[in-house]
Design a binder for this molecule. Structure first.
Ligand code: BES
Ligand code: MN
Ligand code: ZN
Length: 519
């Protein structure tokens, strides 16, 4: 449930411990809320704010007690900065900050004046939705459903923020926007939970179970889970090889969403689902291994996005595919030098067992092309450390064999407020993947590691339009850089996928209606 409720009241009549008021830079002195509160303060609010050198710049804030001149106990005025460009994201971040303030204030009674004022319509709703996403995603804390944390649990988590809006028509628009935000936040939070879960509690079987858990009767979602024997029959020699060193059996998962209306397109989401990546026999150094529970973050994107599909009811047929495996060193591990065969018949020389992600993806992509025959594939994988070297901790590197699909994914990421940057798939770099004993090798050497991983995957998508998103950096937030991304798994990718699917439907609608308009 979204930690926001709509309150159809007047600012001064809202009883609460803390009232947060957002204002824009430059025009903050003339905003109606400020005038209204200033009146209640007998004209003493504005002089005080000026004295405090408050100017409405982004992040500036002043808190003051009301001493009974209005029903709120304290008022906090916060600057949103200049909201002209990047409005949506500014509101998302403001929402995240509100969640922080609510947590710090340790009060359950916190209210805020709706920070969006423009004309009613889709843009108004998108802005409210972004604000609500920010509040909820900023409030997120790992729910710890396995009880792995016994100390420090007493930390305060606020229950909800009241959003004040005196206008009834706006209240209805807000309610609608909140319902959408709720679906998107729930999907992102589910992905975060899966990523945050300790690898002891997130074995391949658990990841497959998490996919099964989102299947509800009548939702249009089905989930097929293949076991090792079934994977062998399908010829998944690559993914199976990666799983050989682990004591925990691999599974292959295929989720399907069939809309009630005739689908416009068939889209496949493919994820990397390595539940723990020790590196295998090409063992990682201790420090590089500590957080490798995040290596199923791509599968978490698939499962998270899927969990929203029934509620969004988009007329798109969606498939979700991942191989759930653990990469471990042991006497039964696959070895450097091994040649394995993927489901599309291609052979792979394993030069490094730590480049396991692309080996598992080889089978997931082959399966998708062969069995699903989608119009487009979007893959999400914590594939390389090299993408972090190239783009830093907070940015997804994406690559594509199709210009229009790349553009669509870039646009969706922008809408969703996720940092994505495209990398080129220079075809001559593919030479680095040549092998003397197999069709390809799985490393390609040190330089341009993220691109070479992308080129490796390209061998398994045939001529299906495809985008590969390397989320190795932003999958996990170590150091908070914006208020809607607290420490831990971020669920990055979920919101971009959902925005992409929504854009797809909207564009089709426009394409259908525009010839009529012209005639
Ligand atoms: N799961 C890792 C990539 C990774 C690194 C994700 C850091 C998140 C944070 C992947 O399986 C891996 O180990 N890649 C190797 C590839 C190399 C051996 C060609 C890498 O990036 O070092
Ligand atoms: Mn690895
Ligand atoms: Zn990995």
């Amino acid at each position: 449930m979204l930690p926001i409720t709509v309150l159809h009241t007047d600012v001064c009549d809202t009883a609460c411990d803390l009232l947060v008021v957002y204002v824009q830079k430059d025009r903050w002195e003339h905003e109606r809320v400020i005038e209204r509160i200033d009146q209640a303060f007998d004209g003493r609010l504005l002089p005080f704010l000026r004295q405090e050198r408050f100017d409405g710049a982004h992040g500036t804030r002043v808190t003051l007690p009301t001493f009974g001149c209005m029903k709120a106990r304290k008022v906090c005025v916060i600057g949103l900065g200049e909201i002209s460009s990047g409005k949506t994201d500014a509101l998302r971040i403001a929402g995240g900050q509100l969640a922080k303030i609510a947590k710090e204030a340790k009060t359950k009674r916190i209210a805020t004046v709706s920070p969006v004022h423009g004309a009613l319509g889709p843009e108004y709703e998108a802005l409210i939705q972004a604000f609500a996403e920010g509040v909820a995603l900023g409030a997120y804390e790992f729910s710890d459903h396995f009880g792995t944390r016994t100390r420090g649990k007493e930390r305060f988590v606020f229950s909800s923020v009241a959003l004040i809006e005196p206008d009834a028509a706006r209240c209805r628009a807000i309610e609608k926007a909140l319902r959408r935000a709720d679906v998107i936040v729930a999907a992102t939070s589910y992905a975060r939970d899966l990523i945050n879960t300790s690898p002891r509690h997130m074995k391949p079987a658990d990841l497959a179970a998490a996919a099964k858990a989102i299947v509800k009767r009548g939702s249009g979602i089905t989930c097929k889970v293949y076991d090792r024997a079934a994977m062998e029959r399908m010829g998944m020699g690559a993914a199976l090889a990666v799983a050989e060193g682990s004591a925990h059996a691999p599974y292959f998962v295929h989720l399907t969403y069939t809309p009630k209306r005739k689908p416009l397109r068939r889209i496949a989401l493919v994820g990397k689902g390595v539940t723990f990546d020790s590196g295998g026999l090409s063992l990682k150094p201790a420090d590089a291994m500590t957080n490798m529970k995040i290596d199923m973050g791509g599968a978490a994107v698939v499962i998270g996005a899927f969990s929203a599909l029934a509620d969004l009811a988009l007329p798109v047929e969606v498939h979700g595919v991942f191989a759930a495996v653990e990469n471990m060193p042991s006497g039964t591990s696959y070895r450097p030098g091994d040649v394995v065969r993927a489901m599309n018949g291609m052979t792979i020389e394993v030069l490094n067992t730590d480049a396991e992600g692309r080996v598992t993806m080889a089978d997931s992509l082959s399966y998708t092309v062969k069995r699903i025959k989608p119009d487009a594939i979007l893959d999400f994988a914590t594939l390389t450390g090299a993408v972090i070297v190239a783009l830093g901790d907070d940015c997804t590197g994406y690559m594509s064999n199709d210009r229009s699909l790349a553009r669509a994914v870039g646009k969706a990421a922008k809408t969703a407020g996720e940092l994505f940057w495209e990398l080129p798939l220079f075809s001559h770099y593919d030479e680095a993947l040549r092998s003397k004993v197999a069709d390809v090798n799985n490393t390609g050497g040190r330089s341009a590691g993220a691109i070479k991983a992308g080129l490796f995957l390209k061998h398994f998508v045939g001529n299906v339009p495809w985008v590969h998103c390397d989320i190795a950096g932003p999958v996990f937030c170590e150091k908070e850089y914006r208020a809607d991304m607290p420490y831990g798994g971020t669920g990055v990718g979920v919101r971009t996928v959902l925005a992409y699917l929504e854009d797809l439907v909207n564009e089709k609608k426009i394409a259908k209606s525009s010839p009529k308009k012209r005639s």
